[in-house]
Structures are given as structure tokens and as C-alpha cells.
Design a protein. Structure first.
Length: 274
């Protein structure tokens, strides 16, 4: 695989689960460790030492660094003002900010940075930790094509990337794919609970539910057919699956329930952004 090169230095601000997963993805894609600096005072020493041994600068003196090609903001949203201000010195003409902070708008990020800063706002999800994430991204008007390409490469290190042109869509993305893994995990819990209610031992019900959902997800990942066709392939006329789907697909079934859930998540994302 070709070397990942964004045309200069990369500063990762925040190296928790998501930031750390992205860093590992970049290194696997061939990003030169010497081009990366990590700023996170809360890193365990074992993690810091491991990255230093691979040639990454961890919590360096920012005054010793050149201006960066990109700064990736992977901090908690409530830390934004103080944390972004602490790295503003790393922004030169053309330095791009890539934010994966939930709920923080481009306008809010721009207010903490030099005027005219190119900014990409992205919403990844937790399967990024295993390289199977999905990220939606939107760029402001200062992002030039080469920077968008660089941001796409950085975000694609942990899974697929979808670009949108309207930032308001990010709130819906948050509700669908950002929060979506929790919905799937709850489906496992609910399916296991239903198995127990119908007589299965709890540990067996959970093993069956986990394997069914994770296996179905992998089948969906590998298949070219739409989800609706995969569903139909499992459903024999008047069979057991059809009986269950008659409940799930009733007018008051899963679809309207999921619509209400996504609407609630979107509304909360809007509230957090404001």
C-alpha cells in the first residue's frame, strides 16, 4: 500500500480511543512516524512510551515544532476552547483543522482559530476501532481540493468516508451512524432477552444473539445485494421468519420506533451544538 503523505506535519490533539485508533490506522497506511506529533497529557505512560519508540513525538514542546499541514482535533467537545487555543500557534497559512468533536460546528471551531482556516468537520463512529467505521465529513469554503484529499485519506484510515455539502446534515449523520452502533448493541441485548423469555439459558441466548448480529453484519458488508433483498432471502413464505417480521414490520413496529429514536438523537445533537 502506498505511503500516506499529507504534505507536511500532522498534530493529533487528543489520543483517546478514537484518536488512538486513527493514529494506528495512519501508521498502517504508511504515514511516517516522524511527521506525527501527539498532544494528550492524559496518556498512560505505557502508551506514550510505545509511540515514542516508534518515532512519534508525544507531548512535545510546541514551540519546537514547525507549522503543521493538518491538526486533527480528537478531544472531548467540552474541552474545545482551551485545547484548541493551546495549539493555535501550530496554524500557519493553509494549515487545515480536521475535527471529530461531536456537536461542535465549523463556525464554533473557526472562532478559536486564525481567520480563513480550512476546516473539515467529521463524524466517525466506534467501529473505527476495528477498521470498519463510517465517517461523514463536510468542509468549509477555505478547504482546497488537495486538502480535502488529504482529509479523506486521514479519515479513511479507519473505514469508509462519505462527504456531504450541507453541514446541517451532520446532526442527522450523528443520529444514524454516530449513535447507531449503540442501537445495534441494544438489538443484541433485546434479542438475547427475547430468547431468555422463550426458554433459553441466558448465556446461550447472548451467544446466539451476538453471533447472529455480528455474522449478519459481515454478510451485509460482503454482499452486493441491498439489505431488503438479504432480508427476503432469509424469509420463507408463511415461515418462522415471516411470522416474526409481521410483528417487526407492523405499522407500530420497528420502523416508526427507529424514526422516533433517530429524531430524538438528532434533536439532542442540535441542542448540544448550540
Amino acid at each position: 500500500m502506498g505511503e500516506l503523505d499529507i504534505g507536511g506535519g500532522l498534530l493529533l490533539l487528543g489520543a483517546g480511543k478514537m484518536g488512538g485508533a486513527m493514529l494506528e490506522g495512519w501508521l498502517k497506511l504508511g504515514l511516517a512516524p516522524a511527521s506525527v506529533s501527539v498532544l494528550d497529557p492524559n496518556l498512560p505512560e505505557s502508551v506514550s512510551a510505545g509511540w515514542r519508540n516508534r518515532g512519534i513525538a508525544v507531548n512535545p514542546d510546541l514551540a519546537s515544532l514547525p507549522k503543521q499541514a493538518a491538526v486533527l482535533l480528537a478531544i472531548k467537545p467540552q474541552m474545545m476552547v482551551q485545547a484548541v487555543a493551546s495549539v493555535a500557534s501550530q496554524f500557519g497559512p493553509g494549515t487545515m483543522a480536521v475535527s471529530i468533536m461531536a456537536g461542535k460546528t465549523i463556525a464554533g471551531i473557526a472562532a478559536q482559530l486564525p481567520a480563513g482556516t480550512p476546516i473539515v468537520r467529521a463524524m466517525p463512529n466506534t467501529p473505527a476501532a476495528v477498521g470498519r467505521g463510517i465517517t461523514a465529513a463536510v468542509a468549509n469554503q477555505h478547504v482546497i481540493p488537495s486538502q480535502r484529499t488529504a482529509a479523506d485519506a486521514l479519515l479513511r484510515a479507519t473505514g469508509a468516508v462519505e462527504w456531504v455539502e450541507d453541514e446541517e446534515l451532520i446532526d442527522t449523520v450523528t443520529a444514524v451512524s454516530g449513535s447507531g452502533p449503540a442501537y445495534v448493541f441494544y438489538l443484541v441485548e433485546a434479542l438475547a432477552s427475547a430468547g431468555v423469555a422463550s426458554g433459553l439459558p441466558a448465556d446461550l441466548a447472548m451467544r446466539l444473539a451476538r453471533a447472529t448480529v455480528s455474522g449478519s453484519g459481515e454478510l451485509l458488508h460482503q454482499a452486493s445485494e441491498p439489505a431488503s433483498v438479504l432480508r427476503q432471502n432469509v424469509t420463507s413464505p408463511a415461515g418462522t421468519t415471516a411470522a416474526a417480521l409481521a410483528v417487526l414490520m407492523a405499522p407500530d413496529g420497528l420502523e416508526p420506533l427507529m424514526q422516533r429514536a433517530v429524531a430524538a438523537a438528532k434533536q439532542r445533537a442540535i441542542e448540544l451544538a448550540s
